[in-house]
Design a binder for this molecule. Structure first.
Ligand SMILES: Nc1ncnc2c1ncn2[C@@H]1O[C@H](COP(=O)(O)OP(=O)(O)OP(=O)(O)O)[C@@H](O)[C@H]1O
Length: 342
C-alpha cells in the first residue's frame, strides 16, 4: 500500500485535490455553560487512496468526527469537503462520495435478507436495479454470503451481519469508505475477512478509507497513516511507519535462560531486568552496540545461557500509550511532522 497517493485512482472519485478535507472542524454538545467540546479545531487532509487510522481513547471524539463527515451530525465550527463537495452546502453530492459502517448501530435492516438489504441501499442511493444486482452478487460472493443471501440478517451471526454492513456501504462503489470499529465483536476468522477486505479496497480498488478502532494491531496492519485524537484534538498525525520509527529507540532486549542470580550488579544504568517465562529478559532502553556486546560478555562470563538478542521495536500500542501520556512531546502536524498534511 502506498503511504500517500496524491493522484486520484481511476476506480475512485474523479475530483482533483484531497478525498477528505476537514478544516477547523469542531463540535460542542449542549449549550452555554453546559457546552462540551467533543471535537476541537480539527484540520486534516486525506489524499485519495490513503487508509487513515483514527485512534483515541473512549470519548476522544472519533465517532463524532466520523458522523460529521457522514453528514449525520452538524459541526459547530469549520467545514468538511468530500471529493471537493462541501458537506454543508452540497450535501447530496458530498454524501454520494462515501459509504459508512458506523459503530454499534444497526447499519442494515435485520428483518430483511442480505440480498434485500443490498437492493434497498443501492436503490436508496439512486442506482437502478440492473446496476445493483451484479454488484450485490459480487459483494455477497466475495464475502462468503452468497449461499445464505435470502436469509434474514437478524438470523445471521455478528460477523455475517458486519459483512452485510460492509457490503451495504460498498454497494454504490463510493470512493471513500468510513469504518467505525469494523472488527468489533468479530471472531478471529470474521475479523480476518473484514481486514483482508479493507486492505483489498485500498490496495486494489484505490479506495480512501477512514478507520477507527481500539484494536491497535488492526490499525497498524491496515493504516498508511495514523492520527491520534485525545479530548477532541489531534495530538499526533504521521505515516504509520514514521510514527513507529520516531518512537524506535536504541532499545535492545536480551533474553537468557533461568534467573540472573546476582549477575545484575554491573548492568548499565537504565537497564531493566524482568522475568520472562522460565527465563529472564534484560531490557537496555538506550544502548549502543558496544554496550550490548559488553552486557553479552558479562552474561557469558557468568555462564548465563543466551536465548536471544533483539532490537526492540515498539508496537503501535506502546507508541499510542506513550503519546496519550506525554501529549506535549507528541509529533503533531504543527511540530513539523513531514507528510502529516500532504
Ligand atoms: N449526543 C451527544 N450528546 C452529548 N455528548 C455526546 C454526544 N455524543 C457524544 N458525546 C460526548 O462527546 C465525547 C466524544 O464522544 P465520541 O462518541 O465521539 O467518542 P469516541 O472517540 O468515538 O469514543 P468511543 O471510543 O468510546 O466510541 C464524549 O465525551 C461523549 O460523551
Amino acid at each position: 500500500m502506498e503511504a500517500v497517493l496524491t493522484e486520484n485512482p481511476a476506480s475512485a472519485g474523479t475530483a482533483p485535490g484531497a478525498a477528505i478535507e476537514l478544516s477547523g472542524l469542531g463540535k460542542a454538545y449542549g449549550r452555554g455553560e453546559h457546552a462540551f467540546a467533543a471535537v476541537r479545531e480539527t484540520t486534516l487532509s486525506v489524499p485519495w487512496g490513503q487508509v487513515i487510522g483514527l485512534l483515541g481513547p473512549n470519548g476522544a471524539g472519533k465517532t463524532t468526527t466520523i458522523k460529521m463527515i457522514c453528514g449525520l451530525i452538524t459541526p459547530s465550527t469549520g467545514s468538511i469537503t468530500l471529493g471537493g463537495y462541501d458537506v454543508a452546502r452540497q450535501r447530496s453530492h458530498a454524501v454520494r462520495q462515501i459509504g459508512a459502517v458506523l459503530e454499534g448501530s444497526r447499519n442494515v435492516y435485520w428483518p430483511m435478507s442480505a440480498w434485500e438489504n443490498l437492493m434497498y441501499f443501492g436503490r436508496l442511493k439512486g442506482l437502478r436495479g440492473s446496476e445493483v444486482r451484479p454488484r450485490a452478487r459480487r459483494l455477497l460472493t466475495d464475502l462468503g454470503l452468497w449461499e445464505r443471501r435470502h436469509e434474514t440478517v437478524g438470523s445471521y451471526s455478528r460477523g455475517m451481519q458486519q459483512k452485510v454492513a460492509v457490503a451495504a456501504a460498498l454497494i454504490t462503489d463510493p470512493p471513500i469508505i468510513l469504518l467505525d470499529e469494523p472488527t468489533l465483536g468479530l471472531d478471529v476468522e470474521a475479523a480476518r475477512t473484514v481486514k483482508d477486505w479493507i486492505a483489498h479496497l485500498a490496495a486494489d480498488d484505490g479506495k480512501t478509507v477512514v478507520l477507527t478502532t481500539h484494536q491497535l494491531e488492526v490499525a497498524q496492519e491496515l493504516s498508511d497513516r495514523i492520527a491520534v485524537i485525545k479530548e477532541g484534538e489531534i495530538i499526533a498525525d504521521l505515516p504509520t511507519t514514521e510514527l513507529l520509527a520516531r518512537h524506535a529507540e536504541n532499545r535492545y532486549e536480551i533474553r537468557v535462560a533461568g534467573s540472573l542470580d546476582g549477575n545484575v550488579g554491573g548492568l548499565p544504568a537504565g537497564a531493566r531486568v524482568e522475568p520472562d517465562g522460565s527465563g529472564t529478559r534484560v531490557l537496555l532502553p538506550d544502548a549502543d552496540s558496544a554496550t550490548v556486546y559488553a552486557v553479552l560478555d558479562q552474561l557469558a562470563a557468568a555462564d548465563q545461557q543466551l536465548v536471544s538478542v533483539a532490537q526492540a521495536r515498539p508496537s503501535l500500542e506502546a507508541v499510542f500509550i506513550r503519546l496519550l501520556h506525554h501529549a506535549g512531546a507528541a509529533p503533531t502536524p504543527e511540530a513539523g511532522g513531514e507528510g502529516t498534511t500532504p
